[in-house]
Design a protein around this ligand. Structure first.
Ligand code: GRF
Length: 214
């Protein structure tokens, strides 16, 4: 069941010629906000046209309201299967003319319904240097393990959990006195900086090109 905000789910696909991006999020939405702000500032090379949220009441919905981004809220448990849920999501993406998907704290695996419709155009951000520490609690696990360097990965999404081709990574050093909170803050600062940069460069088609080999 889709329960988009009253009046906020515009049916039009907009007038801008920029690629249209849907951000999928389930929680706080600080990465959604970073992407929406870059979009608004004209620094994304694309437009954050829609938030898809699978958790009614999530903080990210407030951020979308504040940013003036339409939100579509879904309740997956009301659907017979993950496929049925994603077919409904897919229809909504179509109505909004969405061309790219950026997962940002979206707490579910993507199924072939979206993977096939958006092949090579679904990104995810993860708070570790994949393939190390996939899944939930990546920051805590890195700290508990005692690694001296962790980081942030942006990758293309496939059917696995935090798998799929890596697009960009940035390392974050772990200091002797880092706590979970201090390390989370360092990692989030990197996430908020690199996710918009990576999206911009991917949309511009520069990944893998001369610019990146320099
Ligand atoms: C981020 O750390 C992201 O890497 C992970 O989930 C977290 C989402 O944070 N996939 P927020 O909701 O964007 O604040």
């Amino acid at each position: 069941m889709r329960t988009g905000y009253e009046g906020q789910e515009a049916e039009s696909a907009g007038t801008s010629s920029l690629p249209r991006i849907a951000v999928f999020a389930s929680g706080s939405g600080s990465n959604f906000q970073a992407l929406a702000e870059a979009s608004r500032a004209g620094q994304l090379g694309g437009e954050v046209a829609l938030l898809v949220c699978d958790k009614p009441g999530a903080r990210v919905l407030e951020r979308a309201r504040e940013a003036g981004v339409p939100a579509a809220v879904f309740e997956p448990k009301r659907y017979e299967s993950r496929g049925h849920y994603e077919r409904d999501v897919l229809q909504t993406l179509g109505r909004h003319g969405v061309q790219w998907i950026a997962l940002a704290g979206y707490m579910r695996l993507v199924t072939p319904v979206l993977l096939e419709a958006y092949e090579g155009r679904i990104l995810n951000i993860h708070p570790s240097l994949l393939p190390g520490f996939p899944g939930l609690h990546a920051v805590r696990q890195a700290l508990d393990y005692g690694v001296k360097v962790t980081g942030v990965t942006v990758h293309l999404v496939d059917a696995g959990m935090d798998t799929g081709p890596i697009v960009a990574q940035e390392a974050v050093a772990i200091a002797e006195d880092d706590t979970l909170e201090s390390l989370l803050a360092k990692i989030q600062a990197v996430e908020h900086r690199i996710y918009p940069q990576v999206v911009r460069r991917l949309l511009a088609g520069t990944y893998g090109g001369q610019e990146d080999k320099a």
